[in-house]
Design a protein around this ligand. Structure first.
Ligand SMILES: [Zn+2]
Ligand SMILES: [Zn+2]
Length: 257
């Protein structure tokens, strides 16, 4: 069984949860981090999950919104004193350029401080790359700016993470028969016009995608504060569309797939 740990499961303004970050062991002691949350809280979440900074070998950034990249600068600064640090940052072209710009703006010099311990890798949508013992395939999703979803196959098991997207045929295509689909859920179906305007999906959209893809399991993340939508109500709505029970991610959950 492969496993993935949710370091953050909230939308950008959800003060009840940490923002998006997922950690996946990829062989040996090495960890792949997907997105970095919104700030220094990523360091606390890693500590809570008992992941050491030196274990971080790969970071994939899905897109440039602050709830996904805000933790990158603090993470890199925290790696500077570690002689054994060796990190590769993977992102699609525009996002990669945006990350260089972000670092130049907020912590000029950090790339030089890390020197050869920091590498960059430009992802090409739909081109599989090995990351540790996993095969990682990014695919374009529809979020209004460049954003990638991803399929990860490891030990014969597959997980698909949508990142942020409105309903999108690529999600269904790449999640076909996936063991686990991790789908964002902005809110209930009643708010679909606003969700789609902002490049997000409703719980019903997530359930429909999982159903169309015949995914084995559906798990919802990127959840708004409970004052806007209770997670349980979203899971119930998604379950109706999926035709099966739907799981909810909470911060620091580890899920096997
Ligand atoms: Zn976003
Ligand atoms: Zn987001």
């Amino acid at each position: 069984m492969a496993r993935i740990t949710f370091l953050g499961t909230g939308d950008p303004l959800n003060e009840e949860r940490t923002q998006t970050s997922l950690a996946l062991p990829v062989g040996g002691d090495e960890i792949l981090l997907i997105d970095t949350g919104s700030g220094t809280i990523i360091l606390r979440q890693l500590q809570q999950a008992e992941i050491e900074l030196a274990q971080l070998r790969h970071i994939v950034i899905s897109h440039r919104h602050f709830d996904h990249v805000g933790g990158l600068a603090p993470l890199l600064v925290a790696l500077v004193p570690l002689a054994t640090a060796a990190i590769t940052i993977h992102a699609a072209p525009e996002t990669l350029q945006g990350l260089h710009d972000l670092l130049a703006l907020t912590i000029p010099g950090v790339e030089e401080w890390l020197g050869p311990r920091l590498r960059w890798h430009e992802l090409t949508p739909e081109k599989a790359v090995p990351i540790g013992d996993a095969t990682f395939t990014p695919f374009a999703v529809e979020h209004g700016i460049e954003c990638i979803g991803m399929k990860i196959v490891q030990a014969g098991r597959s997980v698909v993470f949508t990142a942020d997207t409105k309903p999108c045929p690529n999600v269904v295509r790449w999640a076909t028969n996936a063991d686990l689909l991790i789908h964002e859920a902005y809110g209930p179906h009643s708010g679909s016009a606003s969700a789609h305007t902002f490049g997000h999906s409703t719980a019903t959209d997530a359930g429909n995608a999982a159903n169309a893809a015949a995914a084995h399991r559906l798990l919802l993340t990127h959840l708004r504060s409970s004052q806007f939508a209770t997670p349980q109500a979203l899971a119930a709505e998604a379950a109706e569309a999926f035709g099966r029970p739907v799981e909810l991610a909470s911060d620091l959950d580890t899920v096997e797939f």
